[in-house]
Design a protein. Structure first.
Length: 218
């Protein structure tokens, strides 16, 4: 099946944000008495919904967090991004080389996506019509509807849209959407229905090769 469009995740796929964001999370959560390593936070929360992350922290603490927790966490994360955020290696060259339409579809809020792309110099590759946030449609990965919405707006059938992800929830969403799915730096061997990517530089060549049919992960 010929690939006619590419849907990129943002955090951890185009911008090298996961370690940075989870470091901020761990440090802020510690001020409420939660001891958690950055590695544990990444294992639990990468690719997930912020509300689920907060619920998990509250469960560990045994009490509710203040309503200001999420706004303050987002502000601290944005400040860290402005100082330290960089693009994922190979992202800029890949976007410049692609000859098919592409977009970004992220579980993060629109302002976070736009900030991340701007800081890393990737914003010129994406018009506002090619940035999709789960907050706009009310469905978060691993639900496939964010990717299906992006494909519909792009005017490309799902089976001809490639998904590029770095997290298990995102990979599950791509597969559930019936899209050829690429897993950047999978933590273990990727299933046969998913193409493992060791780096973004390899993606252009892989898109030119026949892709396996997508199947649901167990």
């Amino acid at each position: 099946m010929r690939i006619e469009s590419v849907i990129f995740d943002c955090d951890g796929t185009l911008v090298d944000s996961e370690l940075l964001a989870n470091t901020v999370l761990v440090e802020y959560a510690a001020s409420f008495g939660l001891r958690m390593s950055v590695e544990e936070a990444m294992r639990r929360y990468v690719g997930g919904k912020m509300a689920d992350c907060v619920a998990g922290i509250e469960n560990q603490l045994g009490h509710k967090l203040p309503e200001t927790f999420i706004p303050e966490l987002r502000a601290r994360t944005a400040a860290a991004f402005r100082t330290h955020l960089r693009p994922v290696q190979g992202a800029r060259d890949l976007l410049a080389s692609l000859r098919v339409p592409f977009c970004v579809a992220s579980s993060g809020p629109l302002e976070k996506i736009e900030l991340s792309l701007s800081i890393t110099g990737l914003a010129p590759f994406f018009t506002s019509e090619r940035i999709f946030s789960a907050h706009e449609i009310g469905f978060w990965k691993p639900d496939p509807r964010l990717f299906l919405h992006a494909a519909r707006v792009m005017g490309v059938p799902p089976e001809r849209c490639a998904v590029v992800e770095d997290s298990l929830p995102g990979v599950k969403a791509g597969i559930a959407a019936g899209m050829p799915t690429f897993w950047l730096h999978p933590p273990h061997d990727a299933p046969e229905s998913v193409s493992a990517l060791h780096n973004l530089t390899d993606l252009a060549d892989m898109l030119a090769s026949p892709q396996p049919a997508a199947h649901r992960l167990g």
